[in-house]
Design a protein around this ligand. Structure first.
Ligand code: IMP
Length: 216
């Protein structure tokens, strides 16, 4: 099964290559326009991205694909009224990841709760038939006192999943994928695909191959 991934975010692309390992993923082409996302909710944005990308691909795309997958995700911090939330990618534009993470932490007062969650909504738009569908995943946690760790991307150095001591950026990719918002949404997507095509066997083969490689 061939899937067009409606994202240019290298951190997301890397994660999807593992999470959906048995599927053939095509990245959003360099020459394609930026994908709009101006909704108020993750769900709106994910659907907007998938619908826009599908329409563009049908008009301009090259290789045939079975569908388009879009991800809208972000970090929601309780003390910031759920922000940056859907604006996570646009928070402090122009700042490199580390100063951006430090700026976000500086917005929390000393006595404020540090609870937060990562949220991901995936939208799947099949090319041939059917309406788009969405799959969501989230993970509860808290913000570290300062950025820690070098794995992952984005806000990973800030986020400590509930029940653990380490930030996502201090955990291996395998552990992050088992817990993460994107891992959970991807698992829901794969279960639905399994119902449609039985394709999950392919993915499992890809994931097992990745796990075998990682344990060498
Ligand atoms: P968008 O979905 O394109 O609006 O971008 C989501 C933004 O949220 C990313 O650019 C990251 O800053 C952040 N984000 C989403 N998922 C993760 C994650 O797994 N780790 C760290 N940051 C994330």
């Amino acid at each position: 099964m061939d899937i067009l991934l409606a994202s240019r975010n290298p951190g997301k692309l890397k994660e999807f290559q593992t999470l959906l390992g048995g599927l053939k993923l095509l990245p959003w082409p360099r020459e394609a326009p930026d994908i709009p996302e101006d909704g108020a909710f993750f769900q709106d944005n994910a659907l907007q991205k998938a619908t826009f990308a599908k329409a563009w691909w049908l008009e301009h795309g090259g290789a045939p694909v079975d569908g388009v997958l879009a991800d809208d995700s972000g970090l929601c911090v309780d003390a910031l009224w759920g922000g940056p939330g859907v604006l996570s990618a646009r928070f402090a534009p122009g700042l490199a990841p580390d100063p951006k993470n430090r700026l976000l932490l500086s917005m929390l007062g000393p006595g404020q709760p540090r609870t937060a969650r990562f949220v991901c909504v995936l939208a799947w738009a099949p090319i041939m038939a059917g309406s788009p569908r969405t799959f969501s995943g989230s993970i509860e946690g808290a913000l570290a006192m300062e950025p820690r760790g070098a794995q992952g991307f984005g806000y990973d150095p800030l986020f400590i999943p509930q029940g653990l001591q380490n930030t996502f950026a201090e955990l291996s990719a395998e552990v992050k994928h088992q817990l993460s918002h994107r891992g959970r949404a991807s698992a829901a997507f794969l279960r639905a695909l399994d119902g449609m095509t039985g394709v999950v066997m392919l993915v499992l083969a890809g994931t097992l191959a990745f796990a075998a490689q990682a344990s060498i």
